[in-house]
Design a protein around this ligand. Structure first.
Ligand SMILES: *Cc1c(COP(=O)(O)O)cnc(C)c1O
Length: 442
């Protein structure tokens, strides 16, 4: 249902803005100039984005996993405004401040027990870089600099910087563009699909074999727990995560869990690793950390890792972004965690899961649909062929919904605050898109 309001910008102004945007501003993974203009958003409130012409769209993407409480939440707005009245930023070298300390206390309390030390980074990609650097510095400090490679699984996504790209899926990631400059890590096949699938012994053996073969040169294992996000929206059984923890322990190597997409309840548990009841040595958080208000990430590690790093030749963790622990971001992150705890996020996510599951039931059998899967507040329709982004978005918009597909995947991770009606609406759009895959003609 599209509701129209008075336009916030004149058509002429909008057109000028879009022309400039297309000619001068890069968008994610986009050519320059862009083949089609982006949609102009002038405001957002609750779960709705308002376009320049007044069109409102339910945001089925939570701005890439981040806006779990929706937009302009009064508590989050107030947290930012309060902090703005004190200071918006101050360097973190030699200085500290209440928002950073308060947030770090919350994160130490909420994450698995062995994680006690917090590094605040300015984006998820940097948070993963810091995790990799922690692992490599740890082994240098132990006098084992040859332990400098990572073991990961195919199908992963860990960010766009060079250290991160080297552990992204080598086929659908960007390896082919940069193969001569990326670090060479050890890749296991992708975990077999299916959260509830019985563990495949052959796959478990292959993980163990790879770790054995490379044990002397491995610093850490790095994976996204249970849900692989931008690398393919694949869900896998928690048993594989448990196996990776065991393998890491057996060889004394570190386990890094990238919870940037899965953290803060998205998969139905607070952390992806809760599904397997394991805890990592290093954990990366981002995306929903600030409730989608601004960029911030956190990399947590254990006492063992922190001690190890600090006792080595460098004597310190060699990283320190200019905007480290930004007070505005830290203040809104604490407020977002408060909201998660005072509202029943688990109930909200379970409700979304139930609606997506029932509304998408049967879509898996439609022609052109390869798979339909739901876990927590994540719903995925995978097509047989790469989808046409423009026509998928046209269908979504005819339902008053914002979705952004990639490759063969059309998916939703709604804000937790979606009402059952709004979630049903998103699911109806997804279903209509799935139905369109089998249509022939044009
Ligand atoms: C989005 C994402 C990142 C990168 O975070 P940015 O804030 O985009 O740099 C890293 N890992 C995972 C699992 C992600 O989903």
């Amino acid at each position: 249902m599209i509701s129209l309001r008075l336009g916030r910008m004149s058509p002429h102004e909008t057109e000028r803005m879009l022309d400039f945007d297309r000619e001068h501003i890069w968008h994610p993974y986009a050519p320059m100039p862009a083949p089609v203009p982006a949609l102009p958003v002038v405001s957002a409130s609750g779960v709705r984005l308002t376009l320049a012409d007044g069109t409102e769209l339910i945001d089925g993407m939570s701005s890439w996993w981040a806006a779990v409480h929706g937009y302009r939440h009064p508590d989050l707005d107030a947290a930012v405004t309060r902090q703005l009245g004190k200071m918006s930023h101050v360097m973190f070298g030699g200085l500290t401040h209440p928002p950073a300390v308060r947030l770090a206390e919350r994160l130490v309390e909420l994450t698995p027990e062995p994680l006690t030390k917090v590094f605040f980074a300015d984006s998820g990609s940097v948070g993963v870089e810091v995790a990799i650097k922690m692992a490599l510095q740890y082994w240098r400090s132990q006098g084992r600099p040859e332990r400098h490679r990572l073991l990961t699984v195919r199908g992963g996504y860990h960010g766009d910087t060079f250290g991160d790209m080297a552990v992204c899926d080598p086929v659908n990631g960007m390896h082919h563009l940069f193969s001569d400059v990326l670090a060479r890590h050890v890749f296991a096949p992708p975990p077999p699909l299916g959260y509830t699938a019985d563990p495949d012994q052959g796959y478990l053996d292959e993980l163990a074999r790879l770790a054995d073969a490379h044990a002397g040169e491995l610093a850490a294992i790095i994976v996204e727990p249970v849900v692989q996000g931008a690398g393919g929206m694949r869900f896998y059984a928690p048993e594989y995560l448990r196996a990776l923890r065991d393998i890491a322990d057996e060889h004394g190597i570190l386990l890094v869990l990238d919870e940037i997409a899965t953290g803060f309840g998205r998969t139905g548990e607070l952390w992806g690793c809760d599904h397997a009841e394991v805890s990592p040595d290093i954990m990366c958080l981002g995306k929903a950390l600030t409730g989608g208000y601004m960029t911030m990430a956190a990399t947590l590690c254990t006492d063992r890792v922190a001690h190890g790093i600090t006792s080595g030749e460098a004597g310190a963790l060699m990283h320190g972004p200019t905007f480290m622990a930004n007070p505005l971001a830290a203040a809104v992150a604490s407020a977002s965690i408060d909201l998660l705890q005072t509202r029943d996020w688990r109930d909200e996510v379970d409700t979304i899961e139930a609606i997506l599951t029932s509304e998408l039931d049967g879509a898996a059998g439609l022609p052109g649909v390869a798979d339909v899967r739901v876990l927590g507040a994540i719903g995925v329709v995978e097509a047989d062929e790469p989808v046409d982004v423009a026509s998928v978005q046209e269908i979504a918009m005819s339902y008053g919904v914002w979705l952004r597909p990639f490759g063969r995947l059309v998916y939703t991770m709604p804000p937790y605050v979606c009402t059952p009606d709004e979630t049903t609406h998103i699911a109806a759009a997804l279903r209509a898109i799935a139905e369109s895959f089998g249509e022939t003609g044009d």
